[in-house]
Design a protein around this ligand. Structure first.
Ligand SMILES: NC(=O)C1=CN([C@@H]2O[C@H](COP(=O)(O)OP(=O)(O)OC[C@H]3O[C@@H](n4cnc5c(N)ncnc54)[C@H](O)[C@@H]3O)[C@@H](O)[C@H]2O)[C@@H](O)CC1
Ligand SMILES: [K+]
Length: 504
């Protein structure tokens, strides 16, 4: 899915209106009708108070009021006085049945809101041009202080759709944000979670061809986006078809990371896996991941030597590696000698952050998987806010010609071309030790598969990781989920993504 800017969203609305030969009032009716049905599916008998601004967001609110009223709900409409109103607002103001209570708000004397009411925020949408002040700001504070559930229409009022805003800007804190057709960048950033709440998208048949041709820097990745990218396993496949991967992982006390990454790699369909561990890990790995071949380092507690790289189709390094100087030498040597795809995680990234000269050795198309703290160490500069972090992240991948993953609720992938892909799967249960090691193993398996491009391997890996976590949580609950549960569901998650034979 494309993630559009506010300006592109307006253009897509206009293109749809022209292509379908409908009016903007018709499109508003379609959008607000969909939202009314979304509300009707969830409302019990609560009174609904709808706050309408002067533009088309307010127009949506008026249409919703009409539909809820016709469905037999008690609806109250509150209008924010303004000097001018949009034509679709005015048209729908006139269509509001006379028996729906509708009043202009006097911000000096705001009415008490009844306990148990549901509030609909239709004050401002994507037409917001500046931070809210004066009456609009007073109204936002009043809504937030009511401590009643708020459903925001399209976007919480006061929130910019795709740009940072000054601290302390008044923004409605919604429990639900219900938007149309495509997600907005603002919904994906942790700093906005307090306002956006749980967001939902309703399809309104915007012009697909127009949207497809719009140049965008950001995508939201759902299953449909990945359809056909993971080829089926042909009847005459053999181990060599899926590649032989090498994993360098583990140090004393952190052999579990090597085990989890190895098991994830095996369950993601790698042809063969060799795992390099220090001697302390030999028995543990042989016992807990017997399908992996174990290549023991001469040292007891840390990896100190790089094995011959010739047999391998891809190499992963980092989980539980430790940050010993000798291991750093191994990393340096790997970056200098490798001619196959690399996956770098955890301590490998921390070592890059503390020995910044090795960053220049990163081969093109290397896949790095930092979480925000590791990313900050990697670039050596804290981010001002989530938007700034995204731009640092995009810039890093472009400058280093690498694929970089930024782990979080909507894990993002940045490409060497500077495009961002936000993953849609996963749940808070996955915020648990070892789930990053699982991701590394999974990505390593997909990078060893020569049938996949670097981009497809990364996108499929991120999606399958989150999906495996979602499937696991159905069984364990989120709190009960441990990284090993994610491993168990990698197979089913990849199976869902696999292209059918002959693409039919
Ligand atoms: N364009 C379309 O065809 C559709 C639009 N839709 C709705 O229309 C919304 C966008 O409507 P508009 O473009 O009219 O914009 P909005 O309704 O978001 O806001 C525009 C109004 O707010 C005022 N305004 C902007 N910033 C302000 C500020 N900081 N303080 C006070 N006033 C401010 C403007 O002067 C204007 O009167 C979407 O978010 C969505 O809810 C939907 O009905 C779907 C179809
Ligand atoms: K709104």
């Amino acid at each position: 899915m494309h993630i559009l800017t506010a300006a592109q969203t307006r253009a897509a609305d206009q293109a749809t209106i022209q292509a379908e030969r409908i009016t903007s009032t018709d499109l508003m009716e379609r959008a607000a009708m969909a939202l009314s049905e979304w509300l009707l599916d969830r409302l019990a008998r609560q009174a609904v108070h709808i706050f309408c601004g002067p533009g088309n967001n307010g127009g949506d609110g008026l249409v919703i009021a009409r539909h809820l009223h016709h469905a037999g709900h008690a609806v109250h409409v509150w209008l924010l006085p303004a000097n001018a109103y949009s034509s679709d607002f005015t048209a729908n103001r006139q269509r509001l049945p006379a028996d729906v209570p509708c009043a202009e708000l006097d911000v000096q004397r705001l009415p008490p809101l009844p306990a148990g009411a549901v509030l609909v925020d239709a004050l401002f949408g994507t037409g917001l041009t500046r931070v809210l002040t004066d009456d609009a700001a007073t109204l936002v504070h009043y809504i937030n202080q009511a401590h009643l559930p708020v459903v925001a229409v399209d976007i919480p009022s006061g929130l910019f759709a795709d740009a940072p805003q000054p601290a302390d800007s008044p923004v409605v804190a919604a429990r639900f944000t219900v938007s149309f057709e495509l997600p907005k960048l603002a919904f994906l950033l942790p700093q906005n979670a307090q306002w956006v709440g749980e967001w939902h998208l309703l399809p309104i048949s915007l012009d697909k061809k127009f949207i497809h041709n719009l140049p965008v820097d950001n995508y939201f990745v759902e299953a449909a986006f990945l359809r056909g990218r993971l080829p089926y396993r042909g009847k005459f496949s053999h181990k060599g078809t899926f590649g032989h991967a090498l994993l360098l992982a583990g140090s004393k006390g952190k052999i579990g990371a090597a085990v989890l990454a190895s098991r994830a790699c095996l369950h993601a369909g790698v042809g063969l896996l060799t795992t390099r561990v220090p001697a302390v890990g030999y028995d543990i790995l042989q016992t807990s991941a017997p399908e992996a071949m174990t290549l023991v380092d001469p040292a007891q507690d840390h990896i100190t030597e790089l094995p011959d790289l010739k047999p391998y189709a891809a190499v992963g390094i980092g989980p539980g590696l430790g940050q010993d100087d000798v291991s750093c030498k191994v990393l340096r040597q790997l970056l200098q000698e490798a001619t196959v795809p690399l996956v770098l995680d955890a301590d490998a990234l921390n070592l890059l952050g503390t020995h910044r000269d090795i960053l220049d050795l990163l081969p093109p198309d290397t896949l790095l998987t930092p979480h925000p703290k590791e990313f900050e160490r990697l670039i050596g500069e804290p981010a001002r806010d989530d938007y700034h972090r995204l731009e640092q992240f995009r810039g890093f991948a472009q400058q280093r010609r690498c694929y970089c993953v930024l782990k979080g609720a909507y894990t993002a992938l940045a490409t060497p071309e500077g495009v961002l892909y936000f993953n849609s799967t996963g749940n808070p249960g996955m915020a648990t030790g070892g789930s990053g090691d699982v991701l590394t193993g999974l990505l390593l398996a997909l990078r060893a598969d020569k049938r996949l491009s670097a981009l497809d391997a990364a996108l499929l890996g991120l999606y399958a990781h989150g999906r495996a976590g979602d499937l696991a949580a159905l069984e364990t609950g989120q709190a009960g989920l441990v990284a090993g549960d994610i491993v168990r569901f990698i197979g089913p998650a990849l199976h869902e993504l696999t292209a059918p034979v002959l693409g039919l």
